[in-house]
Structure formats: C-alpha cells, structure tokens
Design a protein around this ligand. Structure first.
Ligand code: HSE
Length: 431
C-alpha cells in the first residue's frame, strides 16, 4: 500500500470526534514512528453544524456517507455511527469498493460479523475492530498476535464500564442498584435506554468477539448465556464482602472438557484477585494461555480518546500489513467444535434464600441441596424476624448448574421459603 493513506470517517459522535482529533493532532508523530502519512479526508454525519470542540479543515465535513464510501481516493473507511442499519450497508459497500474498513461496532460484528468478514475476504480487504472490545485496551492485538503461540485456556473480562461503575458505586456507597444507575445516567455513562449495559447485552457482544478470537469459531452471539446485574442488591454486595468477595459483571470464555463456554453473568471474585480491584468505568481482561500463563490488561473501555486511539492503531496496522497479509483470527476452527450448554457448566455458588425465621428451615434447605450433590462451604444468617422471612446466605462448593437449577426449583416451592432464591456464580479456588 502507498505511504499516504486517505481516511474517511462515517459518524461524527463521541468516538468519531476522538478519532478525528487524534488524526489531526498526532499524525506527525505517527508518521515519524511508522512512515505512514494518515490524512483525514472526509467526515460524514447527518449533523455537521454542532460544535465538537475541534477545528475541521474546510471541505472535510459532509452529510453524505456515499461521499466517503464511493470516493476512489479514500483507502480506509472508518465506521463509527453504531447500530446495525445502515452501518452494515455502508460497510459492505465500502468493502465492495475494495476499501479497508475499521469499526468500533461490537453489536454489528457480534451479530452480522461472519457475513462482513466473508465479504472482506472475497474482496481482499481487511476489517479492523480493535475499538470494538474494551476501548483503548489493545486486547484484539493481544489475542491475535501477542498470544498467537498459545492455546487459550480462559478469558475473563470486565468489559462494560457502565455496569462496573454501578456495581462499584453500590459497593463503595452501599446504595441500591436503581440509585447507582440514576447516577451513571446523570454522568452520561449509561445510555438513555441502558438495557444493553445492565442486561449484559453489550458485554455479550464483546465476549462473542473475544471468544471467536480465542478459539477460532465463527461469531456466535446467540450461543452466549446472558444475565445482567439488575437483581443484585446492596445486601448481596455486603454478604459477598463478608465472605471475602467482590461482585462484578464478568464475561467468561474458556475450554472445559473440550467444549467452549461463553457466558456473561454477575460473578463473585475473591478480593485478592487483581481483577476484583478493577473499579468504576475501567475495563480489564484476564487471559490465560498454555505457554504464557496468566496475563492481565487494564484501561479505559470507552470514551472519545481511548476508543479513538484503538481506531487509529487499527488503521496503521492494516496499512503496515499491506494487502494480502491477512490478520485472520476468526473462523479457523474445525467445524466440529462444541459450545457448552449452560446447564453443563460447573461453578461454586452463592445462594440467598428468603427463609421463614423458624426452627428446621436450614435443615430442609440443606437437605435438598445435599440431594442434588451441592455441598455447603459456609452459611450466614442475620437478623431475627419471628414469623417473618430473613435472608439466609449459603456459599456452596463446586456444583453442576443443572443440579443448582433443580434444587432451587424445589427449594422455592417449600412453604417456608417466601421469595425466589437469588444465586450468583463464584470464581476462585475451593477452600
Ligand atoms: N456502553 C459501553 C460501556 C461503551 O459502558 O462500556 C463502550 O463499549
């Protein structure tokens, strides 16, 4: 590829602005480092009037996305508008026009990425997506290049800043979920409709990408188990703390008995694990490889400049690799891989039962747990409400998810249990 590279951006929002700023301000530095001259030729957005706090040279802004996609001088199209449509159509058209594409669009890649990558391969161009997972943390490069020599044993990620902010606030200030969410919205972290953040959907989009890079499987968003943080109470966080754990929304992909696990759910993590200390809007990804052992990556998972940093790195990477030298990483696995069903996973568990405060209740509950081979590690019961219900917390040793679900069904039918049982999966080693 030539040394002067013309870049066009579609979507002049937060990340688009950060990317433009970096291209305007740091392109001299990038040229010194790499010999590549990046020129931001066009930025397309429906709103080109709003002041974004950066000076854009005359003639760069346009309201017409086609002026980017169909401009024969543009080498790399950067899609930062988000959403599925029309983003997908723009990307496919750019690829058909033999342009490389860089995108931060995790929702699009997780759900429609297989088609997009196939189209790119057919046309001999690349799709860069470093900015799609964990913002400024170069985790895609880590999995695709830095750890290329490793069989990946496991990946654990805190990859949604909004939910991590909410859980951190609930932990530090002992406030309930709804108050922490309101604060996240006030600060502009959560979306106006924050469902994607708090129901684990955004985390699952990102995990889909990490899992495919780790194990070479096609992007398989529909196979990811998702559970959000909306049922976690300040009381659970306090009980967890008493037991020596933090609660985090964790994305997990790992190999168990030759099957690939892909799951997103609130998880109790021992206080002494480094990843349990990742607070606020920060992200972290722990990767264990068979050769390298444990590694951990930490940084900002969102925001204009951190995500822009990943976008620009992708452009440079694609140019440096040149045409034909593909940075593959998705879809190389043989077709007989298996994704583990959620009922088949094994984990330690935290249970919060709503039990009547009367003699014999604990033995009834523990009897059922025992019948399903669920062994108790510790029990906490606090408060006294004769004739009323109190939280009864049980920490259990490693058990099968299928057994846990069946045991809970039985326990929740006991007349001495007044409400649905909450359970949280627990990481760490057995005591
Ligand atoms: N909503 C996402 C988050 C933005 O909170 O992490 C970055 O993908």
């Amino acid at each position: 590829m030539k040394d002067k590279i013309n870049v066009g951006i579609i979507g002049f929002g937060t990340v688009g602005t950060g990317t433009a700023k970096i291209l305007f301000e740091n392109s001299e530095l990038i040229k010194k480092r790499t010999g590549i001259d990046l020129v931001l030729k066009r930025i397309a957005d429906l709103d080109i009037k709003r002041d974004r706090g950066i000076k854009v040279p005359e003639g760069v802004l346009t309201t017409d996305a086609d002026a980017v996609i169909n401009d024969p001088d543009i080498d790399v199209v950067v899609e930062l508008m988000g959403g599925i449509r029309p983003a997908k159509d723009f990307i496919i058209q750019a690829i058909k026009n033999k342009k490389h594409v860089v995108t931060a669009n995790k929702a699009l890649l997780a759900t429609e990425g297989n088609e997009i990558f196939a189209e790119a391969e057919k046309n001999g161009v690349e799709v860069g997506f470093e900015a799609s997972v964990a913002g400024g943390i170069p985790i895609i490069k880590v999995l695709r290049e830095g750890l290329v020599a490793n069989n990946i044993v496991a990946v654990y990620g805190i990859i949604n800043g909004t939910s991590n902010y909410i859980l951190t606030k609930m932990t530090d200030e002992k406030v309930e979920f709804s108050d922490a969410l309101k604060e996240a919205q006030r600060l502009g972290y959560a979306e106006a409709d924050p469902t994607f953040d708090i129901e684990g959907i955004d985390t699952a989009h990102k995990l889909t990408i990490l899992s495919s890079l780790s194990y070479g499987i096609p992007l398989s968003y529909n196979e990811v188990y998702k559970e959000g943080i909306t049922k976690i109470t300040a009381q659970d966080i306090e009980f967890a703390s008493e037991l020596g754990y933090k609660i985090k929304l964790l994305a997990i992909t790992k190999l168990s008995n030759g099957e690939i696990e892909m799951r997103v759910h609130p998880t109790m993590i021992p206080n002494e694990y480094l990843i349990s200390k990742v607070d606020g809007v920060f992200n972290a990804v722990y990767v264990e490889g068979d050769a390298v052992g444990s590694t951990l990556y930490y940084g900002r998972g969102a925001g204009d400049m951190p995500t822009g940093s990943a976008v620009v790195a992708d452009i440079v990477d694609i140019v440096q690799r040149g045409n034909g030298q593909k940075a593959k990483g998705i879809g190389y696995a043989s077709a007989d891989y298996k994704i583990r069903k959620m009922e088949d996973i094994e984990s330690m568990y935290y249970f919060r039962f709503s039990a009547m405060d009367q003699p014999g209740v604990l033995s009834k509950i523990s009897g059922i747990l025992g019948n399903y081979n669920i062994s108790i590690a510790s029990v906490i019961q606090k408060g006294r409400r004769l004739g009323g219900s109190v939280p009864l917390v049980v920490l259990a040793h490693t058990a099968k998810e299928r057994d846990v679900l069946n045991a809970i069904k039985e326990i929740d039918n006991l007349p001495v249990v007044s409400d649905k049982t909450l359970f949280i999966r627990v990481e760490g080693s057995e005591e």
